[in-house]
Design a protein around this ligand. Structure first.
Ligand code: WT7
Length: 651
């Protein structure tokens, strides 16, 4: 309870002027929230009218979380097209308005795409997909940098009813292959090369490597030429976009889609080594992201909005592409990173494009805070009116810096809690309605009924496992080809509700404070990585006998990875071996998963039944070895002292 008391102290309020102009004020929230929970069919039935339908739905909601009948359906029998809603719908009034601002890795190199141009580019691309035999419901993998063509590719899929699976450009060929195989993609869209922080990312080479891996069955690779360098192109299989571009028509009929037709698959980490293909469908997802985008960011026509997430993660899907474009917004997409050429890059972009709404991750905020205020002060950020945070808890110190220095004490901050599986923002303090509390993700969005339960599943008031009662339109519908795992992961632990995997506190004002994951999933710089995935990558090294991975608190990354490893017999621990082991993780997953610290140990602590005691390793990694709790159940308790000794030397 002590934790909670401290969390109530500091509050911030948007300015009178902001509140006066905002869509949702305190009273609106109170009334509408109640309505949305008491009569979700009525609430969402109304909200769904804001998107364009080819044929209206006949049933708003049909949901069961029961084991033998797990199904989630919204807006049944409705027919629509998501690409129409993000493009064509706006052409009458906004053809010449800017849809996308694309800012390149190097400063001074940006491009603006109007809604008409977006239409033409997406249609050309859709025609190319069709020409290459991509049909409704086929899976198309997109492995691209943060450039406007990534957005064209996603919307082109949506236009013809293909299901896209965007794979983060930082993933290795192995990780890409695993995701291609899982959803049986026949076509990949990529670039010759990407650029990030002045470095070249060899995307097409990675694709070539992935395609050599057994089980991958890709027939065609569409390649955008993004840099001037040439890459290997396989005749028959690989298509250079610029070579066929002139032949492509700028119109393409939209494919009428059922409300519950899949829109995309997005792989995310879980507690086993195999990533989960989270599946989102068309209408419910669109209704949810369109509404939450508008109200959470209080987006008004003409605002310039920038979300710094990667399109390879759900934030990029929902709040760079679908949410903003469904609202006819101007959305900025940035290829580079916050610290290149220097730590003022974000602020320089904000000032150059007069960004009004800025949405980023705590890890970026902490990095830029550390770099110093002078990087921010150099630029005129007076266009900013709202700031957002997502991906992990934001510590109050970083929150206050963001508020004071970036927002000049004049911009409300929306801390938004949600997940790949939730499709859109679930908890936040709506800027015109609620006080903001640094470190708290705030209150539920409309239609969201969050509760806390103890480990026995009983509802508790102040601290427990964060679950959502009932469904909401943006909810994931299944895990691709694995409905059983969908049930087991999200609905089994606490029957009849969705379990997020997070734990949280709720204070006396009803504000939620996320306290971390309760499963074996880590959050490294806002990237979700499973301990099992990293362990399996580590043991893929011929030198490694076994590995146990935990995370520990890190100043910048939020959490960082700590690996405990036992080596194969006769392998000596040395720098060389360490390097090779790290290279294995890079190869299997990508740089983001390479452990910050690797500790060699002759053995790992185990229970008598052979289970590795991660709880103990977690404490050691966090320097909490004074209080290890009960280790009497260990089969080999003597290793613990040795592990602590080595740990002390390492840090
Ligand atoms: C996990 C979901 C949401 C899109 C990006 C990440 C953590 C996310 C917050 C926040 C505290 C947060 C949770 C969640 N998380 N946002 N505002 N405060 N924690 O999506 O990869 O599916 O990860 O990120 O632990 O479960 P994701």
């Amino acid at each position: 309870m002590k934790d909670l008391e401290n969390k109530n102290d500091l509050t911030f309020k948007a300015s009178k002027d902001f509140i006066a102009k905002s869509y949702i004020k305190k009273d609106d929230y109170d009334t509408l929230y109640k309505e949305s929970i008491n009569d979700p069919e009525k609430f969402w039935g109304e909200m769904a009218k804001k998107i364009s339908w080819i044929k209206p739905y006949s049933k708003v909601k049909d949901v069961s979380f029961q084991k033998n009948d797990l199904h989630i359906s919204w807006f049944k029998n409705g027919i629509l097209n998501v690409s129409y809603n993000c493009i064509d719908k706006h052409l009458k009034t906004k053809a010449n308005d800017i849809a996308l601002i694309c800012e390149a890795d190097e400063p001074g190199n940006s491009k603006k795409i109007t809604y008409q141009q977006l239409h033409d580019e997406v249609c050309k691309f859709a025609n190319l997909l069709k020409y290459n035999n991509v049909k409704k419901h086929d899976r198309v993998t997109i492995y691209m940098p943060m450039i406007c063509e990534a957005v064209f590719a996603m919307l082109a899929c949506a236009r013809i009813g293909a299901i896209h699976s965007v794979v983060f450009g930082g993933f290795s060929p192995e990780a890409l292959a695993q995701r291609l195989i899982d959803c049986d993609s026949k076509l990949i869209i990529t670039c010759n090369e990407g650029k990030r922080g002045g470095k070249i990312i060899p995307l097409k080479n990675n694709v070539d490597e992935a395609l050599k891996i057994k089980g991958v069955d890709v027939k065609n690779v569409i390649v955008f030429k993004h840099t001037s360098n040439d890459v290997n192109m396989e005749k028959q299989r690989d298509i250079y976009y610029h070579e066929v571009e002139k032949t492509l028509k700028k119109t393409c009929e939209i494919e009428p889609m059922e409300a519950e037709d899949p829109l995309f698959i997005l792989y995310t980490s879980g507690s086993t080594g195999k990533p989960k293909g989270v599946l989102h469908t068309s209408a419910g997802y669109l209704v949810y992201v369109a509404l939450s985008f508008k109200w959470v960011f209080d987006y008004k026509d003409g605002d310039i909005y920038w979300c710094t997430a990667d399109v390879g993660w759900v934030t990029g899907h929902s709040y760079i592409v679908y949410g903003p474009l469904a609202n006819g917004a101007t959305t900025l997409i940035f290829e580079g990173m916050p610290t290149y050429p220097d730590a003022s890059r974000f602020w320089q972009i904000c000032s150059e494009h007069k960004v009004n709404i800025f949405y980023t991750a705590p890890t970026a905020i902490r990095t830029l805070m550390k770099a110093g205020n002078e990087y921010v002060k150099k630029y005129d950020l007076s266009a900013l009116k709202l700031l957002g945070s997502v991906g992990e808890p934001i510590n109050p110190k970083a929150w206050l810096w963001y508020y004071d220095i970036v927002g000049n004490k004049n911009c409300p901050i929306v801390d938004t809690w949600w997940q790949t599986e939730t499709g859109g923002i679930m908890l936040t303090s709506l800027p015109g309605a609620h006080l903001q509390k640094p470190g708290s993700a705030g209150l539920p969005f409309f239609g969201i009924n969050p509760i806390l339960v103890n480990d026995s599943g009983e509802e508790v008031n102040d601290s427990g496992n964060l679950c959502i009662k009932d469904s909401w339109p943006g909810q994931a519908r299944t895990l691709y080809n694995n409905h059983k795992r969908f049930y087991e992961t999200y609905f089994q632990a606490f029957p009849n509700k969705y379990f997020s995997g997070d734990s949280a506190l709720k204070d006396s004002d009803g504000y939620f404070h996320i306290t971390g994951r309760v499963d074996d999933v880590m959050n490294i710089s806002g990237h979700r990585i499973g301990t099992a995935e990293v362990e399996s990558a580590l043991v893929s090294s011929p030198y490694v006998a076994e590995a146990a991975v935990v995370s520990y608190a890190h100043d910048i990354k939020g959490e960082a990875i700590y690996a405990f490893i036992t080596l194969m017999k006769d392998v000596k621990d040395c720098e060389e071996i360490l390097k090779e082991i790290k290279a294995c993780v890079k190869k299997e997953i990508g740089s983001i998963a390479v452990p910050e610290i690797i500790q060699f140990s002759p053995a790992l602590p185990r229970t008598r039944s052979g289970k590795i005691m991660r709880r103990i390793l977690r404490k050691i990694a966090s320097n909490e070895y004074e209080d290890l709790g009960d280790i009497s159940t260990l089969a080999n308790s003597s290793v613990v002292a040795d592990i602590i000794e080595v740990h002390k030397e390492l840090i």
